[in-house]
Design a binder for this molecule. Structure first.
Ligand SMILES: Nc1ncnc2c1ncn2[C@@H]1O[C@H](COP(=O)(O)OP(=O)(O)OP(=O)(O)O)[C@@H](O)[C@H]1O
Ligand SMILES: [Mg+2]
Length: 318
């Protein structure tokens, strides 16, 4: 195997007054991959990206990006990376095109080169229509796209995208996915965080799930689903008492709402597990409102690992 492009070795970071945002996290990211970093709110995703992008230093542990140490060789790391942060960092008073070119100038391009490359990128991400308007007239999604465009100007070997499609409409999302795939095909490594698990499923060659700054699992989407079990039983009931009734079936992940309770449990025996579950509920005089048996989705993987439901994380109705 080629040298990995990102190595995170036992990295720990604690913010003043807080718990550990990263807790001895170790990760190895292969070159040229699209790598998905998943985890609930507060899991440590942005903290890891900020450390890898040299914006903050770890308390302990080491990390290397494109062969360069993120603490000792910060300038060298910065030359090799692009970053589109969770909150778009753009200058409202400049146009989209000027924002991109300005970042190019910061990378040391001449005025002419910066303008030429900005034009190429504007074209590439289909922003020609709006590129010459001041950014303060942009919608949230357009700002994010300009921010992402600016992160490409240095032709980075590694691109960090922190929730690149949050607040971006479905058509633009598809555009961004295409862009990410193209960049990866050209050899750029992309590390992206997302709250949309279908996005990770579609885009990422490999996925890491983290919570409380620790690695919960790592692998391809298929490996993660297989590890969760060949099948999943999903039961919705109108009471919180169902968990107790079902504990005989082993560990289960449940989400509790005021009026609804979604329970996800591995079903190693497929329909037989489903039948057992229904029998146990029947014995407790609980009638489910919905029942399903299916192959695990990444949402199930996530729920089983973190006991948190992604359908609420992404602001989508449950
Ligand atoms: N500058 C800071 N000062 C204090 N605490 C911080 C700071 N930045 C992050 N934290 C804390 O570190 C933990 C990890 O935060 P981080 O932003 O890395 O999470 P995240 O996985 O990116 O979450 P989200 O999905 O909400 O973006 C959280 O508990 C957060 O409150
Ligand atoms: Mg974040």
């Amino acid at each position: 195997m080629d040298d990995p492009i990102i190595i995170v070795d036992e990295v720990t970071k604690r913010f003043r007054g807080g718990a550990r945002a990263l807790d001895a996290l170790t990760l190895v990211i292969p070159r040229g991959a699209v790598y998905g970093l998943l985890g609930p709110n507060g899991a440590g995703k942005t903290t890891l990206i900020r450390i890898l992008a040299t914006l903050i230093c770890p308390d302990s542990g080491r990390a290397r990006v494109a062969g360069q140490d993120v603490v000792r060789n910060r300038a060298a790391v910065r030359e090799r990376i692009g970053l589109a942060g969770q909150f778009a960092a753009v200058d409202d008073h400049l146009t989209g095109r000027e924002n991109i070119a300005m970042i190019g100038r910061l990378y040391g391009l001449s005025r002419r080169e910066a303008a030429a490359r900005a034009a190429e990128i504007v074209d590439r991400i289909h922003l020609t229509d709006v590129a010459d308007r001041q950014v303060k007239t942009y919608s949230g999604g357009m700002r994010r796209r300009i921010d992402l465009a600016a992160s490409l100007i240095g032709r980075p070997q590694v691109l960090f995208l922190d929730e690149p499609t949050t607040g971006v409409d479905p058509a633009s999302r598809q555009d961004l996915w295409r862009l990410v795939r193209d960049l990866a095909a050209e050899g750029t490594t992309v590390l992206l965080t997302t709250q949309y698990l279908d996005e990770a499923d579609q885009l990422a060659d490999r996925i890491a799930v983290i919570d409380h700054g620790r690695l919960l699992t790592e692998g391809t989407a298929t490996e993660l689903k297989d590890r969760t079990g060949g099948a999943i039983v999903e039961i919705t009931v109108g009471t919180h008492l169902a968990d107790a009734a079902l504990t005989a079936l082993g560990p289960l992940a449940a989400r509790h709402d005021a009026d609804c309770n979604r329970i996800v449990l591995p079903a190693p025996d497929g329909p037989l597990t489903l039948r057992q579950a229904l029998r146990l509920l029947d014995g407790a005089e609980i009638t489910p409102t919905d029942v399903a048996l299916h192959r695990p989705t990444l949402d199930d993987v996530f729920l089983a690992l973190t006991c948190r439901d992604t359908r609420t994380l992404a602001g989508r109705p449950a």
